[in-house]
Write a protein that binds this ligand. Sequence first.
Ligand code: 26V
Length: 752
Amino acid sequence: MDKNLFLNDLKLLETENKSAVQLYNEISALAMHRLQASAKKGKCAHYLSIEFLIGRVFYNNLLELGVLEETAKILKKKGVDISVFEEIEDAALGNGGLGRLAACYLDSGAAVGVPLYGYGIRYKFGLFRQKFENGFQIEMPDDWQRFGDPWSVRREHERQVVHFADMDVEAVPYDMPIAGKRVNVLRLYQAEGSESAEKISGVLYPADDTEEGKLLRIRQEYFLSAAAVGDIVKEHERLHGDLASFAQYSAVQLNDTHPVFAIPELIRVLVKKGVSYVGAVKIAKETFDYTNHTILPEALECWDARLVRKILPDIAGILRALSDTQARLHKKRGYTRAEIEQTAIYQPKNQTFSMANAAVFVADKVNGVADIHSEIIKRKLFAAEYRHMPEKFTNVTNGVAQRRWLMLANPELCALIDRRIGKEWRQDFEKLSEFGHFICEQKTISEFIAVKREKKNQLFSHIAKQEKTQMNGERMVYAQVKRLHEYKRQLMTAFALVRLYRDLKENKLPDFTPSLFLFGAKSAPGYARAKGIIKYINEIIAKIDADDAVRGRLAGVFVTEYNVSYAEKIVAAADVSLQVSTAGLEASGTGNMKFMMNGAVTLGTMDGANIEIVEKAGEKNNYIFGARVEEIERLRAGGYDPAAYLKDHPEWAKIAETLVDGTYSDGGTGIFRELYDSLLVGASWHKPDHYFIFRDIEEYYQAILRANADYAQRERFAEKQLKNVANSAYFSSDRSVLEYADKIWHIQKDER
Ligand code: 26V
């Protein structure tokens, strides 16, 4: 883009009497007008994902285009403060780490010059908007387009028809340019043609507890897969003609199992165009790669074959054929009967298609998202495949876009880094390590402390506005912000908070540094226990808040409507990043990296990317506690008895009792009793305390106290924080994308 043309247009823009929304649309249009997608040459990668959690794009795009500062200056001259655009809400077409990762990867692909194209769904409603009523989560629809969508262009001529047995659906693409060294495109498809067609791109993750819900989910996944495959094949034919060379020019990354229907769809399309079935399978095997993002059994998709057959008979047929091909091949390769059964795409026992098995069978490469996670999938989840085809498996540790998570979120810290090592690190993030030479310097330490104070003040004034909660003073900030799920153990933090409250009240912690515990999370609407945990935390916070005896020393805030923009403020302000999942269950985590870059220490378990974080920044600069994976595996195999533990630890027993002894009220819903039972009796198909809270709780509490005591020596603590900043370069998604390009897609970056 020619920056000057844009800036000249902006200088001429009439701003008087225009609303923020109007200006947002007009300025965005000026930038869009000057943006043009880069030409495709050589091999391209395509990233298929059911979620793209892009957040607010306005500032990010101007930053990527290199005009953010100038734009702010020009607008200021016209009397417009660039922060007015903060009222434009986020586009939340995703729900957590998986979707945010997709957005960071697109950002990095463009920034480093890798031709990486995103394919997703343009949901009419994004993830629900959240508020609390009496401490309970209430969901409201997120009509994200009400401010307009100036960063997308509808491509009328590129529409396609997606066929289901009972209806035809129009897939209309909306293109969002992703600017950097090159301009890539995120193509989101909207479903049109009839009322039932429109439902397909209606909402993200429709409830799938009924047959109708399941069918809708299958339709969404196939809709995305078929539109993307159709588009990639068409583009290949336009540029290269011959389909035999398809895999030479296209890599397709399956972001978890949701887009796995792309495999049978590609085979279907190729066969229809005259390629033999065997030839089509070969091309598919060279084209697809698969990333696994979780080992939780409830999240590994298995679709009822009857339902797939009902609306997609051809696709069901191809999956069955593929499963037969697979069985023959595995037999020839010497898989045991048990291994053949485990890895089968079609599972005859329950008549389902295992989408993960299809992905692993066809993919050229399968990767996990952090070292430990990749080891676990090799050793457990896909053990048989790994035994016979070890070369298929690899790891690419996740990363985050430092442009959004550091430069945009924390310009104050960036300015401090600039003052020490110059500005080059902004283009080449590995240079950030040079900052390491300065972090023991008194001047750097005091300036860093001042930056943290400033970021806390900014966060607190935002919280005052959003949550009507006043927060002041020099507090230490502990933050746990992420999807709400039992394995992430927000409930364990809640217990620790109750313990802190009690110990403070009983004057057992005379030297406690005043602290704030910050929570942010949305719970899936149908996930009753997660919603119960939100209510419990809100009850605890309210009680602490009402108690004069502790108010100055301890506070909690559960922010409402936690989203990407809120996260930007929280990661910049926090001192301690709480990453406390049961070892082995958090595939990677990416919040942990965002906090690290901004100088929060990690207080967490040896899980996901936490392990790599402490490896880089040093265990002594972080707070590690709890059972390691091996111990959890042993406990799971037998011998874990939370009731016996509580018998020996009456202080924790009393705290667990607060779920049922009337200390906190669940409004008569019975959900606290259900949570209590899940810990002590076992509920649904789980054993009691399935996530090992009581194995780790005392160690967790001690780690919180240790960090708190260390913080009293503010400067020493700041050094630990700075060590984390200086060693965070590895966690840039620029590094991750280059690794994908090199190890998985075999693509050269564009050296323009
Ligand atoms: C989905 C579901 C849906 C059904 C109910 C239970 C459940 C539990 C987990 C999930 C997560 C699906 C995949 C996912 O979002 N994984 C996240 O991916 C991030 C990016 O790689 C990674 O950092 C997180 O650790 C991982 O949880």
